[in-house]
Design a protein. Structure first.
Lengths: 165, 196
């Protein structure tokens, strides 16, 4: 190969080598990066004291009414169980038994009222929670220049940085 | 919210179901003045609370009126020698209207103090009854008192006891007592007596 041919071959090889290099081969992944200057995050807003009181009151009232409903439900069930009879003769229909029968009915109505009021109040609490949803604020924290730290330790040092904001 | 409401509704329905006593036909004897649970009626033939379509009218029973007429001392049904705890008799009868009176006649055994004790059992569903022990001349020796308001068979028990004397005749009178008679609609009752 003559000297002229050798030169052409080297130029061609260099061209092929350049063409094979990835497009971002020039990115310096290990180089210094600019320090972030701000941090953003979302912070939930608080409900007002009045809103909290309303929601809490509705929920507590709902639970209380439900508990009252449950009490009368159990009382009604006990009274009904006391009187229920399938086939055998269990006794005489006295005034006491009539009173128990009436109690089963009236406690049953009270139970339904209690459950209904409880459901309405709890439903109201859920609606109030939904309607008074306060949303979120975006908070942006701007950083200052980092202050490098250097702490000598045995056999070397610990290098760090401090970013107050 | 939908879930909470659904849960509450389900509980309310459960409450409805639990509040209703399940009372079968014929499981209770009728109470005073034919009292029964709301959906049942008093069957006067058995004095039990039954479905309305099963209700039958009052009757004195097969032996209830066999001793009629016995509405006066002179017509009293003779029960023989009864008393002093030694000789026991069971008598059946019926007071089939508010003015009806039943008389029985007995004699105490010889050789004892002559004490007569009588217990009357009658359904509480109808007109209450009372019992008296009289001497042969018609003077009242003792008047019955309610000793069991309502027993397990739906009956009221009226008890009376009197010292008649040995080998002495006496009369027993059964008639209506103070108390409810359904405004006149149940002014009757059947009974059985235990005498000893």
């Amino acid at each position: 190969m003559s000297a002229g041919n050798l030169g052409i071959a080297l130029v061609a090889a260099a061209g092929v080598a350049v063409a094979a290099v990835p497009a971002r081969a020039d990115t310096d992944y290990f180089g210094a990066k600019p320090a972030p200057t701000e941090i953003k995050y979302r912070k939930a807003r608080s409900r007002t004291a009045g809103q909290k009181l309303t929601i809490g009151g509705l929920a507590a009232g709902g639970v209380l009414a439900g508990a009252v409903g449950l009490y009368f439900h159990l009382d009604s069930r006990d009274a009904a169980d006391e009187l229920s009879a399938d086939a055998e003769i269990v006794g005489t229909w006295t005034a006491d038994r009539q009173a128990t029968y009436d109690r089963a009915g009236s406690s049953g109505i009270k139970a339904i009222v209690g459950y209904s009021v409880g459901a309405l109040l709890l439903g109201g609490a859920v609606v109030a929670l939904w309607k008074t949803e306060p949303g979120e604020d975006e908070v942006v924290l701007t950083t200052r220049r980092a202050a490098p730290t250097l702490e000598p330790v045995a056999g070397g040092a610990v290098v760090g940085g401090v970013w107050p904001w | 919210m939908v879930r909470a409401t659904g849960t509450a509704l389900a509980l309310a329905l459960l409450g409805l179901a639990a509040c209703d006593p399940d009372i079968g036909s014929g499981t209770y004897y009728c109470g005073p003045e034919r009292a029964c649970p709301e959906d049942l009626r008093c069957d006067e033939a058995t004095a039990r609370c039954v479905f309305p379509q099963l209700v039958d009218v009052f009757d004195c029973g097969p032996d209830g009126n066999v001793n009629e007429p016995d509405d006066a001392a002179a017509e009293a049904h003779d029960v023989g020698t009864i008393g002093c705890d030694r000789l026991e008799s069971v008598q059946v009868g019926c007071v089939d209207n508010a003015g009806d009176v039943d008389y029985l006649r007995g004699v105490t055994p010889a050789g004892c103090a002559g004490e007569v004790t009588i217990e009357l059992f009658a359904p509480v569903a109808f007109m209450p009854l009372t019992i008296e022990i009289l001497d042969e001349g018609g003077a009242v020796l003792a008047t019955g008192a309610v000793c069991t308001e309502v027993d397990d068979d739906g009956e009221q028990r009226v008890c009376v006891s009197a010292e008649v004397g040995a080998a002495t005749p006496y009369l027993v009178r059964i008639q209506r007592a103070d108390g409810g008679d359904c405004g006149g609609a149940c002014a009757y009752n059947r009974y059985h007596l235990t005498m000893y």
